[in-house]
Design a protein around this ligand. Sequence first.
Ligand SMILES: Nc1ncnc2c1ncn2[C@@H]1O[C@H](COP(=O)(O)OP(=O)(O)OP(=O)(O)O)[C@@H](O)[C@H]1O
Ligand SMILES: [Mg+2]
Length: 324
Amino acid sequence: MAKGLDVGTMNIVCSEMEGDNVVFVQQRNAFLELDYSDLTRMMLDNAKVQYIVRGDKIYVLGDDALKFATVFKKSVRRPMKSGILSPEEKEALPIIKLILERVLGSPNGEEVVCISSPATPIDSDIEPTYHRKTLEALVKKLGYKPFTIDEGLAVIYSELADNSFTGIGISFGAGLTNVTVAYFAAPIVSFSIARGGDWIDENTAKATGMSKEQVCAIKESRFELKYEVELGSVEGALAIYYDYLLTYVIENLRRKLAEVSPPQVEFPIVLAGGTAKPRGFKEAFEEKVSKVGLPVEISTIRMARDPIFSVARGCLIAAKTKES
Ligand SMILES: Nc1ncnc2c1ncn2[C@@H]1O[C@H](COP(=O)(O)OP(=O)(O)OP(=O)(O)O)[C@@H](O)[C@H]1O
Ligand SMILES: [Mg+2]
């Protein structure tokens, strides 16, 4: 059976069919490193937490890492940064490998896996080939037959079947924003921008003197994109950086579209990714598009059914298509 795999800077999501339904397994792309002691091990066993022991360290993975970070008064670490395997994290590879083993499990015979891959950023020197090839190799080692597609194209596969996979898919993630414009499932423009939720958190934290973690918690729990925000508040700073991000994404989309000769058809736009979740995001995006203007006709702008799972669902559709 085919599987979809979205390896993101914050979330790793695996998708597969169960009868007629798509089911998702999600894990935070994070880990906690603890010094080995019998007491720590006993505590984790009692809490029924899965962990691994390597040398004199214990590693707690995924969602459990976040849960136990406060208990052990340690910060979680992330194997990925800005959409790719973090060059600054020496444990990145073994940790990702373990998380992948957990979410994918073992294959049943010949199973195709479609993995999402970031497109090359237009505004940083990040080169995603190493990341993409490494993930393919890890998934192959688990016994699967992997291939990759751009993250923006995955959004189109997931949400635009009713428009023959013609349209614009945008995934607003943690490390990157990925954009693809496709015509009958063939990408005509595909790029990423090295800004996303992490960039919003970091800059809001700098502006307000709060920690990134505090900012992120407020952003995810109660932030809405409204017209009126209190000046000097965290919400005010978040709104400024959201506005900045939207302008930047749409201006770059306009620029990239102007470099090609897009077919004279109407393009729907679908918005996905965790950063697109705040209430009012779609309206803010619509307003920006009409202000900036795009060199193609836009038929509709809509939210993905489930912004965080959209890429994994699209990967599953691509994998099923390839398998059949
Ligand atoms: N309700 C919410 N409101 C605002 N932001 C949110 C919400 N839920 C999640 N996020 C943000 O969405 C981002 C994670 O989204 P997503 O899972 O799409 O990213 P990712 O795929 O892991 O990252 P990338 O694609 O950039 O590698 C984080 O920055 C997170 O803080
Ligand atoms: Mg993503």
